[in-house]
Design a protein around this ligand. Structure first.
Ligand SMILES: [Zn+2]
Ligand SMILES: [Zn+2]
Length: 123
């Protein structure tokens, strides 16, 4: 692939207008290449929009921990399911009581988590 304005090999694609650019034309915005100052402005704006929509939909915020109440539900679910499984194996018959309680907690945790994810979108 050649640069759109020079007859040399392109090093990348302008993030705004998708033209191929050579090392002389390319402007590195830090997060994508631009072919001109106009495009550099566009690329910066695209990056801001991408960041904003990521925040809006909670993408890429993996550093955020789950709320404590949901963690508690998951903890109880794991405890009951774990203990239920252990008793089921040692008694050689399923301990339905513990398994059902564990399953119930798991459902509550999943519902609470789902509701919490929906509430994070404030648009
Ligand atoms: Zn461009
Ligand atoms: Zn060029």
């Amino acid at each position: 692939m050649k640069c759109f304005s020079h007859n040399v090999d392109a090093v990348g694609i302008c993030k705004s207008c998708n033209k191929a650019v050579c090392i002389t034309c390319a402007i590195d915005t830090g997060r994508g290449l631009a072919c001109s100052e106009n495009c550099q402005q566009d690329v910066t704006e695209i990056n801001i929009i991408t960041d904003k929509s990521k925040q809006l939909y909670g993408i890429g915020t993996s550093g955020k921990l789950l709320p404590t109440n949901i963690l508690m539900y998951f903890f109880f679910a794991a405890a009951f399911l774990g203990f239920g499984t252990y008793k089921s194996i040692s008694n050689e018959q399923p301990d339905l009581f513990l398994l059902v309680i564990g399953g119930g907690f798991l459902i509550v945790a999943a519902l609470a988590w789902h509701r919490n994810k929906n509430l994070n979108i404030n648009c």
